[in-house]
Design a protein around this ligand. Structure first.
Ligand code: GAL
Length: 801
């Protein structure tokens, strides 16, 4: 045993009693009041009359929709304003002699934080993460943290932002010599099948006055948690408060398991710091070993394997839960996308919650992490453009430092559709931003989502600062890109903006409507603010899903695409004005119910057999109805109406669907897909009769009693025979018994003005949703759904510790 090894063995038992770093969830029991209370920063202020709640919290989502809210429908038509949060807490005895930090993952927006009446600082961006050292201001007895959140300057966003401390908060206790926040940077400069070099660059923080000598011990654990390499680095002298260790730690892993979309293996690096006093800090960094490359001619490859990016753009709201972060809600979104064959996410147009990136690492998604929707030139009257000069460097550095250990991230985006691309300031700013990124992470390419595809007119392109060009829309120009932009990889960073309402069908389906003319002269549209779920409508600057995917699929030089968007989101209800209040662009609706086009992608992007036939089969007699089918793994589909064949269809050329035009007759529509004459799949849709009963389906019937976990309950309105009634709009009342609450309700209809926080919801096109949230008590939860004239239903969810 080495001397240091001996020291470790003596110190280990002591470590077990006194954890060197204590990270506590700091989200429970906050007080909240909407409005402005300047005196609330003071310790003595009484918040007795305020509401008690747990974070993450978004006060906007609790409000009522109104066209008079300052956000406008573009921002979601929900209330904003100013709000205050306070938390009174007592530090544990273990805090004596420690540094105490409060970490915020994100507050929307313009926050100021005080401890015991001392201002700790302000933050403008609503998406950035930050921490404060509260140690100098601690007093004996209870401590009081106060946070003012100011989202009153409107409009400041082009989509729904939410308001409040909508992400997680932690209390972190460290020794006076510790690993700095985001102080580990793990990269893998050499990767082969035989071995990988893992490099750790470490930044330490010292708050004691005297110089210190520290030793660093790193242990590398494989995905099974087994030690595969370790190293000690002794005697580093720390003189300054922040010190980057001059020599990085290098470890070798033999036969590494590579992180991939299919098998997202994660390694962990445990870093320990020792001073003469013994162990002073220990932190674990998860990372992945993988290589990737963007090539101007052949596109993207992961670990040497050509991989088309099958991505979607996502805004951060979680539908009925608003912006308030919930890990299960994000995981459900990613599960639904994974099942569709999606392998990549663009975090439009801001830093996501850190837990979102953890999920992407664990579930195998590639990520384009995006910093800004605007630079100095604003897009909305009171947006971040006003904060640009003061904050952009800090916020961009935050993104890279915070996120650079995530193997999922393959691109840093310095902005979306930035207005400076049209003038020479685009050159200076793009170079400055790319420089900031590269100084902190030279391992990943820098991109930006551009719109100007005339090279001479695009100053961001001309800056030479981008490694990969992202282009939004303009799919007809993709074939020309290698000529227009030679020798630089290109990605379709945003595509589609196709418009759909789940379960609504406008015919004829074989002509495409491009909606919402530039000058706001919107006159087309349906009286009930619906769009067609055939893939036949799009914003005038966009395309249908099929139009773009066909081109991306065809050209290897297009590295892939990010469809706008995976899910409908609150705000931006283009092309409709009020009372539409959420977007129509999603492949899934706001409640997470797939629209038909979900199966187009599933048929193209997965190996699962797919035969999806639509629309529903309730029309007026004789009406010519367009029947579409998305299918794969078969060479033809035959359609039968009441057992009579209406014809065989085959996709030819680059077709992505087949269609029949069938005069409606009530009964059964049956589709049969065949390969070489053998039946692959059969699908039937029957004409539904009168609505008779409710069916409840849970995504999971056992959840954790941790106060956060969710069960998503789908409500289906059925006829007597069990067919979905495709136009049912029944008002469903929920009755919940047991240790849980209803966290939100929805039906995915973009113009519903019912509140999300309620115990009732109207079905829309046959479906609605209740989101049940566990409390911290375990037990049996019964959700009953009742509606006049329908047989009610009940479902049981167990919540377990
Ligand atoms: C894009 C923009 C997105 C969204 C989309 C809607 O131009 O980047 O944020 O607004 O249009 O079609």
């Amino acid at each position: 045993m080495t001397l240091i090894g001996l020291l470790f063995s003596i110190l280990l038992p002591a470590m077990a009693q006194q954890p060197p770093r204590l990270v506590t969830d700091f989200t429970n029991d906050w007080r909240f009041a909407s409005g402005d209370y300047p005196a609330a920063k003071d310790k003595a202020f009484s918040d007795a009359g305020w509401r008690t709640l747990n974070l993450p919290h978004d006060w906007s989502i609790e409000g009522q929709f109104s066209e008079h809210h300052l956000t406008t429908t573009q921002g979601g038509a929900l209330p904003t304003g100013i709000g205050w949060y306070r938390k009174t807490f007592t530090l544990p005895a273990t805090a004596t002699g420690k540094r105490v930090y409060v970490e915020f993952d994100g507050i929307y927006r313009h926050s100021e934080v005080w401890i015991n009446g001392h201002s700790l600082g302000t933050r403008a961006s609503g998406y950035s993460s930050f921490r404060y050292d509260v140690t100098p201001y601690l007093t004996s007895g209870p401590q009081v943290l106060a946070v003012r959140v100011d989202n009153s300057a409107q409009p400041n966003t082009r989509w729904y932002s939410g308001s409040g401390i909508y992400r997680n908060v932690r209390l972190v206790l460290t020794s006076d010599v510790a690993i700095d926040q985001w102080g580990t940077f793990v990269s893998t400069p050499v990767v082969s099948e035989k071995k990988a070099t893992v490099k750790l660059q470490l930044t330490l923080r010292k708050t004691s006055a005297a110089p210190e000598r520290v030793s660093v011990r790193t242990r590398l654990l494989n995905p099974q948690g087994k030690l595969v390499a370790e190293q000690e680095q002794k005697n580093n002298l720390l003189k300054d408060s922040v010190t980057a260790l001059p020599v990085p730690v290098q470890l070798i892993v033999a036969s590494p398991l590579l992180w991939s979309v299919e098998q997202p293996d994660l390694y962990a690096l445990v870093t320990e710091l020792y001073t003469e006093r013994g162990l002073v800090d220990r932190d674990t960094t998860q990372f992945g070993i993988r290589t990737f490359r963007f090539d101007a001619a052949t596109g993207f490859s992961l670990n040497g394997k050509p991989t088309k990016i099958h991505g979607v753009c996502l805004h951060h709201d979680l539908g009925a839960l608003g912006a308030a972060v919930n890990v299960r809600a994000m995981q459900r979104q990613l599960e639904l996308l994974k099942n569709m064959g999606c392998n990549a996410i663009r975090t439009a147009h801001n830093l996501p919650a850190p837990e979102f990136l953890d999920l992407c690492d664990r579930m195998g998604f590639l990520v384009m992490d995006e910093a800004f929707d605007m630079w100095k030139k604003k897009k909305s009257k009171r947006d971040y453009g006003l904060d640009w000069d003061q904050w952009h460097r800090i916020d961009l550095e935050t993104m890279v430092k915070r996120d650079r250990n995530h193997p999922s991230i393959i691109l840093w985006s310095i902005g979306n559709e930035i207005r400076e691309q049209f003038d020479s300031t685009g050159i200076t700013i793009a170079r400055e931003l790319a420089g900031i990124v590269k100084a902190l992470d030279p391992t990943r390419p820098v991109t930006s989502a551009l719109t100007e595809n005339v090279p001479g007119k695009n100053f961001i392109y001309q800056s030479g600062a981008l490694d990969v060009l992202g282009f939004n829309y303009k799919h007809t120009a993709y074939p020309d890109f290698p000529k227009l932009f030679p020798n630089i990889p290109v990605l379709a960073s945003e595509t589609g903006s196709s418009l759909q309402t789940r379960g609504h069908y406008d015919m004829p389906s074989d002509s495409v409507r491009m909606w919402g003319k530039p000058k706001g002269d919107f006159t087309e549209g349906n009286p009930d603010w619906t769009a067609s779920a055939y893939d036949n409508e799009a914003a005038y600057w966009g395309s249908t899903h099929e139009q773009t995917w066909k081109v991306v699929k065809k050209y290897p030089h297009i590295a892939g695409l990010f469809v706008w968007t995976g899910f409908d989101y609150l705000g931006e209800p283009h092309p409709y004005p009020w009372p539409a209040r959420s977007s129509y662009f999603g492949i899934l609706d706001l409640a997470g119910f797939p629209k038909d086009v979900y199966y187009l992608y599933q048929s193209e992007w997965t190996n699962q057999p797919v035969l999806h036939v639509f629309p529903h089969w309730n029309w007026t007699k004789g009406k010519p109805v367009d029947v579409w089918a998305y299918y794969n793994q078969a060479d033809e589909v035959e359609l039968y109406l009441n057992e009579k064949s209406v014809g065989v269809r085959r996709k030819t050329g680059d077709d992505l669907h087949v269609m029949w035009r069938v005069p409606f007759e009530a009964g059964t529509l049956k589709a049969v897909s065949r390969k070489n004459g053998q039946v692959v799949q059969i699908r039937e849709i029957r004409t539904a009769g009168k609505a008779a009963k409710i069916e409840l389906l849970a995504d999971r019937t056992a959840i954790s009693a941790d106060g956060k976990d969710l069960a998503y309950i789908t409500v289906r309105v059925l006829d007597e025979a069990g067919n979905l009634v495709p136009d049912a709009t029944h008002l469903i009342n929920f009755d919940l018994a047991g240790p849980a609450t209803i966290a939100g309700v929805d039906n995915g209809y973009q113009a519903s003005l019912e509140p999300f926080k309620a115990s009732y919801r109207r079905a829309y096109n046959g479906l609605c949703l209740a989101i049940v949230q566990a409390t911290e008590t375990s037990g049996t939860v019964r959700l009953r759904a009742v509606s006049e004239g329908l047989q009610s239903a009940e479902i049981i969810i167990e919540t377990k510790k």
